[in-house]
Design a protein around this ligand. Structure first.
Ligand SMILES: [Zn+2]
Length: 151
């Protein structure tokens, strides 16, 4: 179908640029980093040259432990993103709110039972190699026994 024209056979990979290079280099070391504004302390994601809160260009990179919760999600039962996704069906795309920095991250949620996913589910980042250069941050559910304050 014509709708696949921009998805030629392979999954699209991120292309690190001037703003995101530090983020992708950290992912290669299996570390999640988020920009923080030096002027107003606002955390932001995705990486950008200016703080969206105060427009300052001064930034620092902060490590985030990669734990958070599902804010919303979608279970894909067809390869809408292109035929390369066919072997992954069904797969889950989720918006994750990271607890440490508070930023939202759009990612894939790896789960053996998509029917068990719920808003508020606690998840942890896990890095998966996508190419020689790119490690992708994805998320997996955290067992209730590993969450402080829960059985
Ligand atoms: Zn700021």
């Amino acid at each position: 179908m014509d709708m696949w024209k921009c998805h030629a056979g392979q999954k699209q990979l991120p292309v690190p640029d001037e703003d995101s290079l530090v983020f992708w280099e950290a992912c290669r070391r299996q570390r999640l980093v988020v920009q923080q504004c030096v002027a107003c302390q606002h955390y932001r994601f995705p990486p950008s040259p200016l703080c969206p809160a105060c427009l300052s260009p001064r930034l620092a990179w902060r490590e985030d432990p990669g734990r958070g919760e599902v804010e919303t999600f979608c279970v894909y039962h067809s390869e809408l993103a292109g035929p390369a996704w066919q072997p992954d069906l069904p797969y889950v795309v989720a918006v994750i709110r990271l607890w440490h920095t508070g930023v939202q991250m759009l990612s894939q949620l790896r789960c053996t039972d998509p029917g068990a996913i719920a808003i508020g589910m606690v998840v942890q980042v896990r890095f998966e190699p996508a190419s020689e250069q790119i490690m992708l941050p994805k998320f997996v559910p955290v067992a209730a026994s590993q969450i402080p304050g829960q059985a």
